[in-house]
Design a protein around this ligand. Structure first.
Ligand SMILES: [Zn+2]
Length: 405
């Protein structure tokens, strides 16, 4: 017995597919699933095992039935000319949120952002806690080594928009790609904004070719709006997440190695990390607080020492921290004083941190003047785990503005 992650009733858990089984059955897909949230490829159909029978086989499966109809009508096709897409935006939003929430749990632990949306997903609440904006876009085929590579896979990704540039903090900015169809859910931390500021819609359009659904659930999926093709998408992932692909586009899943089709040969350069998965922690040692950052993928150039908290630790000469606090999120930039233009860590999307945790974390780094870097997120640090102690260059605190409207 365990608690259902959706309705919180104590029941016998059932298996729920992250990507509904109709996708596995009907799609002519490749053998791997990519999760940008988890930053890895997985083989076979990922499942979660924390959903009760009633939620899984009644409420959520009705959403799957709806999406399955949309799949037969639209998603199964490769978009070659503009497609007028019509849907019930409410049911599509709920289904997308469900798939994204399931994906987060299957690949990357419980994502707190999705928890308040559960009553809406289940249909118990007619409105989401924050207004949900739906966007769509087209992933076009690529010409690669003289042949066309069709976008035929499913993927979940986190968009990680540049919040400081856009002047907002995002609650959800996730995308599900089904073959040619990119389906994106956006919501903002600031519940007062009923309409998305135009700088956001323009950025999504210019950057990813995403267009907003009408309130009635209509949109043109127009390939001439597309900013992204199947192979370039992989190239971008390779650039942003070089650790993911190994050499020559080989992906390791468990004990197997897969060759990603149409993986462009390109050289990796630099080791700067952008939008790594991080956690901010305050750790108490001998009644003293230390401010830490845990990295899911530790930047190798910042492996300077290996020591325990509480001893005298030599300060990093390679990295300085710039910390910015907005209303809900904290942003950390790690710069090399000799290479200011190429930060070790450049965070476009902040890390959500409650006011209480922010105050603790801040008091800790103000006490020592340092932030301690460790490998791993979400776990209590091991005793000899500090790999770098970064002095703080600058702290700025301000609430998210509404610039650029
Ligand atoms: Zn349930």
């Amino acid at each position: 017995m365990s608690y259902c992650v959706y309705c919180e009733q104590l029941t016998k858990p059932t298996r729920e597919h992250v990507f509904p089984s109709f996708l596995n059955k009907r799609a002519d897909r490749q053998g791997l699933y990519y999760s940008a949230a988890a930053e890895k490829y997985v083989e076979g159909a990922p499942v979660v095992r924390d959903v009760c029978d009633a939620c899984n086989n009644e409420t959520l499966s009705r959403l799957d039935d709806y999406a399955s109809d949309l799949f037969d009508r639209y998603f199964v096709h490769v978009i070659v000319k503009p497609v007028l897409f019509q849907c019930d935006p409410n049911r599509l939003s709920r289904w997308l949120l469900k798939v994204m929430f399931n994906g987060q749990r299957a690949f990357g632990g419980v994502e707190k952002s999705f928890l308040p949306y559960r009553p809406y997903i289940l249909g118990k609440d007619p409105y989401p806690p924050r207004k949900v904006f739906l966007f769509g876009g087209v992933m076009v085929p690529s010409k690669f080594e003289g042949r066309f590579v069709l976008p035929r896979d499913f993927r979940l990704s986190e968009l990680r928009p540049d919040e400081r540039l856009l002047g907002v903090e995002f609650d959800i900015a996730h995308m599900l790609t089904l073959n040619s169809f990119m389906l994106c859910v956006i919501s903002l931390k600031d519940v007062k904004l009923e309409v998305l500021p135009s700088n956001i819609t323009l950025t999504l359009k210019n950057g990813l070719g995403l267009v907003q659904f009408s309130d009635e659930g209509e949109i043109f999926f127009d390939p001439s709006d597309s900013r992204i093709d199947h192979v370039s998408h992989k190239v971008n992932q390779t650039r942003n997440k070089p650790w993911l692909f190994g050499r020559n586009g080989n992906v390791v899943v468990g004990n197997k190695i897969f060759k990603i089709t149409a993986h462009p040969r390109m050289r990796q350069s630099g080791s700067a990390v952008r939008d790594n998965k991080l956690s901010l922690m305050s750790v108490n040692v001998d009644n003293k607080l230390f401010a830490m950052i845990g990295f899911q993928v530790y930047p190798p150039q910042l492996r300077e020492i290996q020591t325990r908290l509480g001893t005298s630790i030599s300060e990093s000469k390679r990295a300085y921290a710039i910390i910015e606090r907005r209303k809900y999120k904290t942003y950390v930039t790690l710069v090399d004083p000799k290479e200011l233009g190429r930060p070790h860590l450049d965070m476009r999307t902040g890390i959500e941190q409650s006011d209480e945790n922010w105050r603790l974390w801040r008091s800790a780094f103000e006490r020592t003047g340092l932030i301690y870097l460790i490998e791993g997120v979400g776990n209590a640090p091991r005793s000899s785990s500090v790999l770098c102690a970064v002095p703080i260059l600058k702290v700025s605190i301000h609430e998210a503005g509404t610039v650029g409207l």
